[in-house]
Design a protein around this ligand. Structure first.
Ligand code: NAD
Length: 244
C-alpha cells in the first residue's frame, strides 16, 4: 500500500516534464490525481490537450485513478474549477502541487512589459489562485468537521529566486514571490492541520532543453542520469505524505 492511499491530489502543468513525473509518482503511491495542463509551449504559446490526456492514460494503465483538467492555473475561475474537479471526481481534495509555468527570458534592460506580466501571471498568480481555492476548501472542511483536516500544499520555486539571473528578472521575481506566498499560506493553514512547503527542482525538461544551460542538463552516456525529472518526485511524495 502506498503512503498516499485514499488521498486526492491536483498537479498543475502535469502534461509533461516535472509535473508529469509528480503526477505519476503520486498515483503510484495511491493518490487519485487531477492532471491539470493548459498544454502550452516552453514560452507559453499555443494550446494542446493531448499531453494531459496522455498522462491520465499512463496512470490508468498501471491501475491508478486520474482525471484531466485543461484550465489555465492563473485564471481565477478555471483554477477554482480544478479543485472542484477533484471533489466531483473523487469526493475530496487533499494535495495541491503547483508546478505549471513557462519562461520568457530577456536581459533586464530589454525585457518587455508583456513578457514581465506573462511570467509573473503564470507562476505567481498561478500559484496564488490554486492555493487560495485549495485553502478555502480545506478551511471550510475543517470548520464543518470541527477539527483538523489532511491537506498538503506544495509550491515550485527555482534557484532563480536565490541567484537572481540577469536574464530572468520576471522569473526570479515570480519564484521569490512564490516562497513568500507559500510561507504565508503555511502560517494561515497550520492551525487546521495543513502544511505548505516550497521546493526548488532541477531537471531536463522542455524548459531546460534550450538556452545557455541546455548542455548541463544532457543525459550522460553512462552512469547516473541526475537530471531525470523522476528523481525530483520522491521529495514531492514525501512532502505530500503524513510523514511531512
Ligand atoms: N526544469 C528545471 O530544471 C526547473 C528548475 C527550477 C524550477 N522549475 C519549475 O518547475 C516547473 C515545471 O517546469 P518544467 O521544467 O517541467 O517545464 P515544462 O515546460 O516541461 O512543463 C511546464 C508545464 O506547465 C504547463 N503550463 C504552462 N502554463 C500553464 C497554465 N497557465 N495553466 C496550466 N498549465 C500550464 C505547460 O503546458 C507544461 O506542460 C515550473 O514551475 C518551473 O519554473 C523547473
Amino acid at each position: 500500500m502506498g503512503v498516499l492511499e485514499g488521498k486526492v491530489a491536483v498537479v498543475t502543468g502535469a502534461g509533461r516534464g516535472l509535473g508529469r513525473s509528480h503526477a505519476l509518482a503520486l498515483a503510484k503511491e495511491g493518490a487519485r490525481v487531477v492532471v491539470n495542463d493548459f498544454g502550452v509551449s516552453a514560452d507559453g504559446q499555443g494550446r494542446d490537450e493531448s499531453a494531459g490526456r496522455g498522462v491520465v492514460d499512463e496512470i490508468k494503465a498501471f491501475g491508478g485513478e486520474a482525471v484531466a483538467h485543461f484550465g489555465d492555473v492563473a485564471d481565477w475561475n478555471e483554477s477554482k474549477g480544478m479543485i472542484e474537479t477533484a471533489v466531483k471526481a473523487f469526493g475530496d481534495f487533499n494535495i495541491l502541487v503547483s508546478n505549471a509555468g513557462f519562461l520568457r527570458d530577456k536581459m533586464f534592460f530589454s525585457m518587455s512589459e508583456a513578457d514581465f506580466d506573462a511570467v509573473i501571471r503564470v507562476h505567481l498568480k498561478g500559484h496564488f489562485c490554486g492555493m487560495r481555492h485549495a485553502a478555502e476548501y480545506l478551511r471550510n472542511k475543517a470548520k464543518a468537521e470541527g477539527g483538523q483536516v489532511y491537506g498538503r500544499i506544495l509550491s515550485t520555486a527555482s534557484e532563480a529566486a536565490l541567484f537572481f539571473d540577469p536574464g530572468q528578472p520576471n522569473y526570479s521575481a515570480a519564484k521569490s514571490g512564490i516562497i513568500a506566498l507559500t510561507n504565508s499560506a503555511a502560517q494561515a493553514l497550520i492551525r487546521v492541520g495543513v502544511t505548505a512547503n516550497t521546493f526548488m527542482p532541477r531537471a531536463r525538461t522542455a524548459m531546460t532543453a534550450t538556452g545557455p544551460s541546455a548542455q548541463f542538463f544532457q543525459k550522460p552516456e553512462s552512469g547516473f542520469d541526475a537530471f531525470d525529472p523522476a528523481h525530483t518526485s520522491p521529495l514531492v511524495c514525501w512532502l505530500a505524505s503524513p510523514a511531512a
